[in-house]
Ligand binder design. Structure first.
Ligand code: SF4
Length: 400
């Protein structure tokens, strides 16, 4: 089963049920700001949907309470190859995103907005929507290149300011000093669309857009209510026989035994040692090996390193190389202890979280699949014998 699906009981309480095109305007879109919108965002416990899961209301207040002219950015650069939700929203629900950007600007007293995007079809849809209805503040569309780190918030600011789409050291964070030095809200486009939905429907569902893919099953973009069991999502597209899942894309974690009982919920997943990230779920089918998946993820992340921080260049490369050697049964007695040392010591040492992501994939492989790694002490795993591409091919999901 491949396509776009809603698991919400009531059409209209989720993003997939929002009217699109000029029907959005006819249905009352872009209504005057409701006084209690920030309270609604608080009450809904809305978290950022770009990956980090930071509370949206806290981020809005941080920019609102800063001094000087402020800026808001709709971040539609979806670097994770296993996620399609942001590009889909920009292509098919641009008014909802622009309405969310307008509301975020009103909540933060921002004077200027940007839509940041690399997908040409998404850019076209946004420009068309801006022509149909201006969101009430100057909005520029900024095109960027499509890389894994181009959507990182400091890279977004740097690119909008005319530089390369590469992360910078923090602090300062964009809410302190962002575009042109102004306090800047960089918000994921799904986050903004959910703000617009909460504005028009105080009864909006607590729901997530997730991208499902992986070995042996179909691919789908699904809107599912919070609390949905992962096994329900897996069954939807024929992944029920999977033995593991890479949850949260390559910024996420490998999860083996017990994955079926995990539920879509930021806090619950965190308590279970998992994370939703950008909502990309890559299931590992019966033919897949978690070691091979980790090798490919680490190789891809190593190839996507912006090569600005020495520790990232050497660290991601070293982990990918050592993991690949272990997968081929060519590791020595120090390979696994060395991987464990790197996975615990390298996080937090790069300017962005790419290095952390590579370390996390390695750490969850070591922690959750120790027997599988032991089984690779001698060659023989067919999945690992195939050369690992570093272009993210395994994880890339086509837009439905
Ligand atoms: S940690 Fe890696 S990807 Fe991030 S800025 Fe440094 S070199 Fe670039």
């Amino acid at each position: 089963m491949t396509g776009v699906y809603s698991l919400l009981p009531e059409n209209g309480t989720g993003l997939l049920g929002v009217p699109h095109g000029t029907e959005y305007l006819a249905a009352g879109g872009y209504a005057p700001l409701a006084d209690d919108l920030l309270d609604r965002i608080d009450a809904a416990r809305l978290r950022g949907r770009g990956g980090a899961g930071f509370p949206a209301a806290v981020k809005l207040r941080a920019v609102r309470d800063a001094t000087g002219p402020r800026v808001v950015v709709a971040n539609g650069e979806e670097g994770e190859p296993g996620s399609v939700k942001d590009r889909w929203l920009l292509r098919h629900r641009p008014h909802t995103v622009l309405d969310g950007l307008r509301l975020a600007a009103a909540l933060t007293d921002a004077e200027r907005g940007y839509v940041y995007v690399s997908d040409p079809a998404a850019e076209q849809a946004v420009r068309r929507a801006l022509g149909e209805h201006g969101p009430g503040l100057p909005v520029d569309v900024v095109r960027t290149e499509h890389t894994y780190v181009a959507g990182e918030e400091s890279a977004v600011v740097r690119r909008i300011d005319g530089g390369p789409a590469l992360p910078t050291a923090k602090p300062p964070r964009p809410f302190e000093s962002g575009v042109g030095g102004a306090p800047t809200l960089v918000a994921n486009v799904e986050t903004l669309a959910r703000i617009a939905l909460l504005h028009s429907r105080p009864d909006a569902a607590d729901a997530y857009l997730v991208t499902l893919a992986g070995g042996g099953g179909g691919t789908a973009l699904v809107e599912a209510p919070a609390g949905t069991l992962l096994k329900v999502l897996a069954d939807l597209c024929g992944h029920g026989r999977s033995e593991a899942v890479l949850l949260g894309g390559m910024f996420g974690r490998l999860y083996g035994e017990g994955w079926r009982d995990l539920t879509l919920d930021h806090d619950g997943l965190r308590d279970a040692g998992a994370a939703l990230g950008c909502g990309a779920l890559h299931f590992l089918g019966p033919e897949d090996c978690p070691v091979a998946v980790a090798v490919e993820a680490a190789s891809y992340l190593g190839a996507q390193s912006a090569r600005q921080c020495g520790v990232c260049v050497s660290g991601t490369g070293a982990m990918a190389k050592a993991l690949a050697a272990a997968a081929r049964g060519e590791g020595d007695a120090d390979t696994l202890p060395q991987l464990r040392r790197w996975s615990s010591r390298l996080p937090g040492r790069g300017a962005c979280a790419l290095l952390d992501a590579a370390a996390r994939v390695v750490a969850t492989l070591l922690d959750r699949f120790p027997d599988v790694l032991d089984a690779h002490r001698s060659p023989g795993c067919a999945a690992c014998a195939r050369p690992a591409p570093d272009d993210g091919r395994r994880f890339t999901v086509p837009l439905p």
